[in-house]
Design a protein around this ligand. Sequence first.
Ligand SMILES: Nc1ncnc2c1ncn2[C@@H]1O[C@H](COP(=O)(O)OP(=O)(O)O)[C@@H](O)[C@H]1O
Ligand SMILES: [Mg+2]
Length: 268
Amino acid sequence: MGVRPIPTRHVTADSPAPLKPRRPTVVLGTFKGGCLKTAFAVAVAERLAWAELQVLLLTSDAQHDARFRLGVSPSDPQTARVVRREGGVTVRGVHPSKAVELLYGSGPGELKEFQVVVVDTAPVEAAGALPGVLLVAPVDGADAARNLVSLLRGTPENTEVMLVKYHHLDKKSWAKAAKAIADASKVEGLLFLPDPVPPARPIRDAHDDGVSVWDLPRRGNTKLFLDAVETIAEHAWQRVCPDKAFPAMPRRRVADAYVQGWSDDEDA
Ligand SMILES: Nc1ncnc2c1ncn2[C@@H]1O[C@H](COP(=O)(O)OP(=O)(O)O)[C@@H](O)[C@H]1O
Ligand SMILES: [Mg+2]
């Protein structure tokens, strides 16, 4: 008795094309708390709104910290909007699985009215796993750097990673540390901001009082923080409008007297 194989028919395999979010997306993520993820997420979202974009700020933070920072009170609806010039930040608290559905679902869906998304994550290792985004990872001490290496090992190839140093460090040591992180995590083309961001008391106080950092006097360590935000925001802008120059931030209306060395030159 003979047997006769029949040729196998093949279904079309899932496309190997890497996943991309349906809107340009900036994710603030590290495996560690207290290294300015929320502070940067809010300030970057506001800066992009000042550039007249409609920004969705997603936060998986249980304390709704990002909402408070934008002057949204706990009694306000879950989704609230603040206006900056012609742009705006809509802040929305979501469960991480809902964030994935929002970012990677098909069609414009609920993202229709937005041009860019900023995601403020809780300190979880999965924060590095979103494909096709700009992942901004603030690093404070050596501990954060070690945690970051394990986070970055799970980062998809089409995710661009940008390191930001929080705290005092000279530029040369930071450049060396960034290279060590790149080598250990094997991330191709890792970006880093060359100027470390030292702690700034006015930024911390603004954060704790629900005041916009863009209303603060732009000097000293406050300016260094804002310079970092400006750099991150411009990089994000290029994903949204690659052919247009990044609109300048309006000047502050300066009313307060400031004399270097006499006024309150801050450090947190
Ligand atoms: N530039 C800054 N300098 C000093 N302290 C800051 C600064 N920005 C924020 N903070 C304070 O540091 C703490 C942690 O910041 P946060 O952004 O909430 O970190 P994360 O989201 O990574 O946990 C907050 O209490 C905040 O008030
Ligand atoms: Mg946070």
